[in-house]
Design a protein around this ligand. Structure first.
Ligand code: ADP
Ligand code: MG
Length: 699
């Protein structure tokens, strides 16, 4: 775009002026022409189509009717007073209702004249009505019908000041008239041709005021593509930049791995695990700092990959650490890796919030001397007192629990050279999307489960069927299995109430199963007591574990084959999937039972449905993304780069793939954008960089 033109303040558009400009500034953060023209409509109303009154149902969003006002009446008293106009179109009658401006509407309505009415139908007492519809006398000669009207996001405040969507559309139209000649192409002819994109100028016109649906779609596609394309260029450049700026320790000796794999590890790695180990080993030998995301569904065997990665660093004289989000999980990692480490003669220790002062001190000393090779722990690892002699590899488990900030804090513990970083997550999402969300990370995926796993059977049961469910539990325990019963997490605000739910649940389970032993674990317990109860369950001294989501991540008890999730509607999808992943780890058939009330929101029903339908973590993550949106899901939005205006990462995955491929190809051919044919791209990039500060900051 032509910068100086688009930097012009909005107040200079005819009909805006200082007052309205101020409102646009504060309410929508629209300051200049560029901001306004990029305030795209979020949908268009199809004024090309008329519905029949008889077709009205509540599923319809906005509808347009053509017909006559037959008669009107004022109903109710005082603030409940409303004007009801009876509108007919030959197929039936619907009520148009006004609560405000009654007198004015009453005066302006002409009975028995043909009108076009536009509004959203709602049902009340079995009858449909349209509240505060837009009405307009039908004029068959005017071009008032047959177009797609843009609908813009505005705030209530703006509406009150007569800056509603319609007003905004008028202003935007005026701006477009003078702006069009100033809109420059931002992509190369090559890319436009290859992807059959609409030119920029036409796209800006049709995104606001499309000629028809096809033009709107082409314009939308073009603008989304462009936005994602430039995002990808910047991410790729940032990644390349980091790789040249940050050297990495070079780890080459693989003797430990050979010993471990040939003599100690009791199973073969899956093909996917082998592939991923190769990727990691290659990274750590390359001389640049590794920043890799390891994705793998629950149970896919990430822990052993982590350990094998540590072996490479240790083999080459460096120290390693593994950070987990909860104490239970850190302890479990420690317990499962210690036997391996012992057999190899590698020192390993655990550091959590509940490690006592004196043992902490010893740990610190051994770390500093370099004698301690593997340190496993929780957030406690981030504390300043924890200093390594030569930290070569940092592994972070279940990354979505950690912010970018904490990640970079751990990094800084590498003395001369930054340590390699491996982030593990059980939220599998498509590679390109992961690369975009995690920005600077390369991605490895374990897409294969260890052999011999039986798929978990998932069912949905209403609370009223609890007796049946209990009967089923009893049968399974008779066969020697163990059972988890999980309650929603206790949040600060509802601690008492929820803790009571959990404790009531615990009591009723004990009553229902008097001959079995029942454990209880929740976040309000002392870590020591939690651990004690966990251990009883691990040793099969208790058959039923009543818990909150503290057991969500990573806990591994292969004999537990039933997961009951109470109030399943209160959990997010990826959480449900994580919980379910606690079973299905042994040779037996496992079950996950989602318990809910009859009443469920549409979204909750959707979540339950997906859980019952599939065990595939990718599918679950994609649905989650659609329901919740990407920012929410990751909790680690890369600021700046991901401030998308029009593209939606949850929905535009395919465009994202194409845009990334195009960006990659471009940078491969012309890394510094020196070729003349790419001049528009170079200019646009410069303009974006001028407007967003700090994007090259490494998180
Ligand atoms: P997650 O990816 O969820 O962290 P874990 O690393 O906890 O999964 O592995 C789950 C279980 O699978 C562990 O008991 C582990 O020992 C076992 N496992 C991992 N890889 C293999 C394999 N290749 N063959 C057999 N079992 C494996
Ligand atoms: Mg794990």
């Amino acid at each position: 775009m032509n910068n100086s033109f688009f930097d012009t303040k909005v107040e200079f558009i005819k009909g805006v002026g200082e007052q309205r400009a101020k409102q646009l500034n504060t309410e929508l953060r629209i300051f200049n022409y560029g901001d306004l023209i990029q305030h795209y409509p979020y949908r268009h109303e199809d004024r090309t189509k008329f519905h029949k009154v008889a077709e009205i149902n509540e599923e319809l969003p906005y509808i347009q009717l053509k017909g006559k006002m037959k008669y009107m009446e004022t109903v109710g008293e005082g603030y409940k007073q409303r004007l009801v106009v009876h509108f007919r179109d030959g197929s039936g009658e619907v009520e148009l209702v006004w609560f405000k401006g009654i007198n004015w509407v009453k005066k302006s309505i002409q009975l028995n004249q043909e009108y076009i009415v536009f509004g959203k139908p709602t049902a009340f007492n079995g009858r449909y009505s349209l509240a505060h519809p837009e009405i307009e006398l039908y004029n068959p000669t005017a071009a008032q019908t047959g177009f797609l009207q843009p609908v813009y996001h505005v705030t209530e405040k703006l509406k009150k000041r007569n800056l509603d969507s319609k007003a905004l559309s008028k202003i935007t139209k005026r701006l477009l008239e003078i702006a069009l000649p100033n809109i420059r192409e931002t992509l190369s002819e090559e890319i436009i041709d290859a992807h059959k994109l609409m030119p920029k100028r036409a796209a800006m016109q049709h995104i606001h005021f499309p000629k028809d649906i096809a033009h709107l779609q082409k314009a939308t596609y073009r603008l989304k593509f462009e936005e994602l394309f430039f995002t990808q260029i910047r991410l790729i450049q940032q990644n390349l930049f980091r790789k040249t700026v940050y050297p990495g320790q070079i780890f080459k000796s693989t003797e430990l791995l050979t010993t471990f794999y040939n003599d100690i590890l009791e199973f073969d790695l899956t093909g996917a695990q082998k592939r991923v180990v190769k990727e990691i080993y290659k990274d750590m030998a390359a001389g640049q700092q590794m920043n890799r995301l390891l994705q793998g569904d629950v149970g896919s065997g990430k822990t052993i990959v982590a350990f094998i990665s540590m072996l490479l660093a240790i083999d080459n004289g460096a120290q390693t650490c593994l950070m987990a989000p909860t104490e239970i999980l850190a302890e479990q990692h420690y317990r499962s890796l210690k036997p391996y480490a012992d057999k190899l003669g590698i020192t390993i220790d655990l550091l959590t919030g509940s490690s006592n002062q004196s043992s902490r001190k010893v740990t610190h000393e051994f770390l500093q001397s370099g004698d301690l090779k593997i340190l496993i722990g929780t957030h406690a690892l981030i504390e300043d007192a924890v200093q390594f002699k030569n930290l070569g590899l940092v592994i972070i488990d279940e990354q979505h629990r950690f912010g970018v900030e904490q990640r970079s804090k751990l990094w800084k513990k590498g003395q001369e050279v930054y340590p390699h970083v491996l982030v593990m997550t059980a939220t599998p999402i498509p590679r390109t999307l992961a690369m975009t969300l995690y920005g600077d990370l390369d991605v490895s995926i374990i897409d294969e489960l260890p052999p011999g796993r039986k798929p978990i059977k998932t069912v949905h049961r209403y609370d009223s069927h609890r007796l049946n469910v209990f009967g089923f539990i009893r049968e399974e325990i008779e066969k020697g299995r163990q059972v988890y019963i999980v309650y929603p997490l206790i949040e600060q605000s509802e601690k008492l109430e929820r803790l009571k739910d959990l404790e009531d649940g615990y009591e009723s389970v004990k009553r229902a199963f008097p001959t079995y032993h029942v454990s209880i674990v929740h976040g309000q317990m002392k870590p020591k007591d939690k651990e004690f109860e966990m251990q009883r369950f691990v040793r099969n001294e208790t058959q039923i574990m009543v818990a909150t989501t503290v057991i969500e991540v990573g806990v591994n008890v292969p004999n537990a084959s039933i997961m009951i999730i109470e109030n399943a509607e209160r959990f997010g999808l990826s959480q449900l999937h994580q919980l379910r992943g606690r079973v299905g780890r042994g040779a037996e058939q496992s079950y996950c039972i989602l318990m809910t009330d009859y009443k469920l929101s549409k979204e909750a029903r959707e979540r339950v449905k997906v859980m019952v339908a599939t065990n595939d973590g990718f599918e679950i993550a994609n649905t989650d993304l659609k329901l919740r949106g990407p920012g929410d899901m990751m909790g680690t939005q890369q600021s700046g780069i991901l401030d998308l205006v029009i593209a939606d990462l949850a929905r535009d995955g395919q465009i994202l793939e194409k845009a990334r491929a195009a960006a990659q190809q471009l940078l491969k051919e012309d890394p510094d954008l020196k070729l003349y044919k790419n001049i528009f791209i170079k200019k646009q990039l410069a303009s974006i960089q001028q407007h967003t500060t700090n994007w090259a900051r490494i998180s």
